[in-house]
Design a protein around this ligand. Structure first.
Ligand SMILES: NC(=O)c1ccc[n+]([C@@H]2O[C@H](COP(=O)([O-])OP(=O)(O)OC[C@H]3O[C@@H](n4cnc5c(N)ncnc54)[C@H](OP(=O)(O)O)[C@@H]3O)[C@@H](O)[C@H]2O)c1
Length: 288
């Protein structure tokens, strides 16, 4: 049995659906959510849904009974509480007799990272490796999907404004992360492996702007801006100061090439080339 934690989220649901498409029988798939009534679509498909809250260790022990492979998709909590959540899940998995944990991590510069969320991922990777269970770690690049949400604003502004000069990113579509995560979960030969889930190419910001322009049908050039200008843009879009600090740190990490590595792992796992930024944007906007 394969258990997907946070199965109601974007990547979680995509992973459950990919497991079914990849031939895992639905009764062998279990989704976990704080409120399992959000997972009725799984029951309708013949899969299982159980209550599982990262902050309820005894509840997770019950939820993980009979599970062979546990896929841990992290939440959006701040780094410190997220570390507690991850350790709770590992403790529960150990107690329930889970054999293997697949952890969805992120690329970045490890302990030297400039991204404020990275300390969680460093802790969680280390705790997973020391858990005593078999493990596989999948490090994703930055999602391409938010660029599709941002497209109307980018067209209005007439530029792609980031506080970046030379940084490159191998943006990856959430759908490709889900497909690769599902393949990782049902393969039995990936114990102790660290994978990189990335898009097809590492692109500079002017190249990212060219991809966005292709999807938009108009030219949207890249504009390298200061942290202050970026903060003003985020503020105008309703972001609070904590979010702005976090996002600015993310682009400092981009400038340090922390998300620049492109690999063929997604294609090797799924048999399909991952989407380019323009392909992902066009699909996401078509499917709305
Ligand atoms: N690579 C990137 O660029 C990038 C960007 C942003 C985030 N991320 C990371 O990727 C993860 C997955 O992305 P996503 O798009 O699937 O996120 P999402 O759609 O926001 O889903 C997050 C899920 O976490 C669940 N959750 C929250 N607190 C929980 C708890 N205490 N116990 C159990 N489940 C809980 C939520 O469940 P409920 O339905 O109960 O609310 C939700 O299903 C994010 O959570 C974040 O860690 C990556």
């Amino acid at each position: 049995m394969i258990f997907i934690m946070a199965a109601g989220g974007g990547v979680g649901r995509g992973t459950v659906e990919a497991l079914m498409r990849q031939g895992v029988p639905a009764p062998e798939i279990v989704g976990g959510a704080r409120n399992p009534s959000n997972l009725e679509w799984m029951l309708a498909a013949g899969a299982n849904a159980r209550a599982a809250d990262y902050n309820d260790t005894p509840g997770m022990v019950e939820a993980f009974r009979g599970i062979e492979t546990l896929v841990l998709i992290p939440t959006m909590s701040a780094p410190k509480p997220r570390c507690v959540e991850h350790q709770n899940a590992l403790n529960a998995a150990k107690a329930a007799g889970v054999r293997r944990v697949v952890f969805l991590s992120i690329q970045s510069g490890g302990k030297e990272s400039r991204f404020l969320m990275t300390p969680f991922f460093v802790f969680a990777e280390d705790a997973t490796q020391r858990s005593g269970m078999k493990w596989t770690i999948a490090r994703m690049s930055l999602y391409a999907d938010p660029l599709a949400d941002w497209l109307p604003d980018l067209v209005r502004m007439g530029r792609l404004p980031y506080p970046v000069r030379n940084g490159c990113v191998a943006y990856v579509a959430k759908a490709d992360v889900s497909n690769a995560l599902a393949a990782t979960a049902h393969r039995n030969d990936l114990d102790g492996e660290i994978l990189d889930f990335t898009g097809p190419a590492s692109l500079s910001m002017p190249e990212v702007a060219a991809e966005i322009s292709t999807a938009a049908g108009v030219t949207i050039p890249f504009a390298s801006i200061t942290d202050e200008e970026y903060g003003d843009i985020c503020r105008a879009e309703g972001c609070n100061e904590g979010m702005i600090t976090g996002m600015t740190s993310l682009y400092h990490a981009v400038e340090a090439q922390e998300f620049a590595r492109a690999t063929t792992d997604v294609e090797e796992l799924t048999g399909t080339k991952p989407e380019s930024i323009s392909e992902a944007i066009l699909r996401l906007r078509r499917d709305r």
